[in-house]
Ligand binder design. Structure first.
Ligand code: DP6
Length: 349
């Protein structure tokens, strides 16, 4: 941490996560409070490093992502500035900041970076501002940027509570189980690198307004989360896997019944789902999940991850498969970047 003549800066690293029990829908859009609780695993191989410099000489906040200045009117920049405002308010600080963020996964790989990005931002910005916040408080701040980011404050298996308080003070994340206590792996099959057509925020707003399945989703989600929590704590891989696929397909049913429909899958997404089911029929315990995009994430045991990576990389339309273990909590400790394992593909598309 640096603190010299009008400049205060800090750097943090946070890892991405994928939800096993999904979040979709908000109970308060302004405070970004999720309508349902969710459970995720933090991914070691996908991380964001962010440096925040509060600088008295700056006239405006600046946000750079992977070497490029993001325009101030871009939605991403506006969210970053909104989170900086919360931190400035808390610290009684007036300085504008420069925020420099870099992902260790290939830019344009179609992998969401807002979870790791906002988690790294709040850790770096609060340290640079001289605040000493608990992980719970940091997760509430990260949630304001992107709800899935609240989960990236923690390592291993993590639950984000929807809570009931109007001000969102009980909508925070906490760790359920350390990754080392149950070292599962995830294979990410990249099927398309284009930026997603409809953002999660816009998509969930449209779903809550138009899908006839939305009330059923809200009603059933707490049961799914409770069963998932119990399965994680019991380290029951089959139960975790079955619930993961159920939550994913319930989410995509909601998306398909939104007007206009949200169809995030492509042909390779469907082919990869079938490849996962075929592996399972052959006796390899592996389960898929898919977010608001066409990539497929497969949850498996470490001893199967090489075979799963090879099988998914060979699916027609899969560009590459990234293998990763479970990640650590977001932190100011930033060692040299870990590289991910990328299995070669069969060379299609
Ligand atoms: C499908 O956290 O990106 O990945 O809070 O509006 O920024 P905002 O949404 P975001 O949504 C993630 C949706 C999801 C499921 C999940 O991660 O739980």
């Amino acid at each position: 941490m640096e603190n010299t003549g009008g400049v205060r800066s800090a750097t943090a690293r946070a890892h991405s996560n994928i939800a096993l029990a999904k979040y979709w829908g908000k109970r308060d859009a302004a405070l970004n409070i999720p309508a349902v609780s969710s459970i995720s695993v933090t991914l070691d191989g996908l991380s964001t490093d962010t440096t925040v410099r509060f600088d008295e000489s700056l006239g405006t906040d600046e946000f750079r992502l992977d070497g490029r200045l993001v325009p101030a009117d871009h939605a991403q920049s506006r969210r970053v500035v909104a989170v900086l405002e919360l931190i400035r308010e808390r610290a009684g600080l007036a300085s504008r900041a420069s925020v420099t963020s870099a992902n260790n996964f290939p830019t344009g790989a179609g992998l969401a970076s807002s979870a790791s990005g906002f988690a790294a931002l709040v850790v770096a910005a609060s340290a640079a501002a001289g605040l000493d916040l608990s992980a719970r408080e940091l997760s509430i701040l990260a949630r304001r940027g992107s709800a899935s980011a609240a989960r990236s404050l923690f390592g291993g298996f993590v639950e984000l509570h929807a809570g009931i308080a109007d001000d969102g003070s009980d909508s925070f994340a906490e760790q359920l189980l350390d990754g080392e206590a149950w070292p599962l792996e995830v294979v990410v099959a990249i099927t398309d690198s284009a930026v997603k057509a409809v953002s999660s925020t816009a998509g969930m707003q449209s779903t809550s307004a138009t899908s006839p399945f939305y009330p059923a989703w809200i009603e059933s989600s707490e049961d799914t989360v409770r069963e998932m929590r119990e399965a994680v704590l019991a380290r029951d891989f089959r139960a975790v896997g079955e619930l993961t696929e159920h939550s994913c397909l319930a989410l995509h049913s909601l998306m398909l019944t939104t007007r206009p429909a949200l169809i995030y899958w492509n042909a390779a997404t469907v082919a990869t789902i079938h490849a996962v089911r075929a592996l399972r029929a052959d006796g390899v315990p592996v389960y898929f999940t898919i977010d608001a995009g066409p990539q497929v994430k497969a949850l498996c045991r470490p001893e199967d991850s090489q075979a799963v990576g090879d099988a998914l990389a060979a699916v027609r339309g899969v560009r590459h498969a990234i293998r990763t273990g479970l990640g650590r909590a977001a932190s100011l400790d930033v060692p040299p970047t870990d590289s991910f394992h990328s299995a070669p593909t069969a060379g299609t598309s």
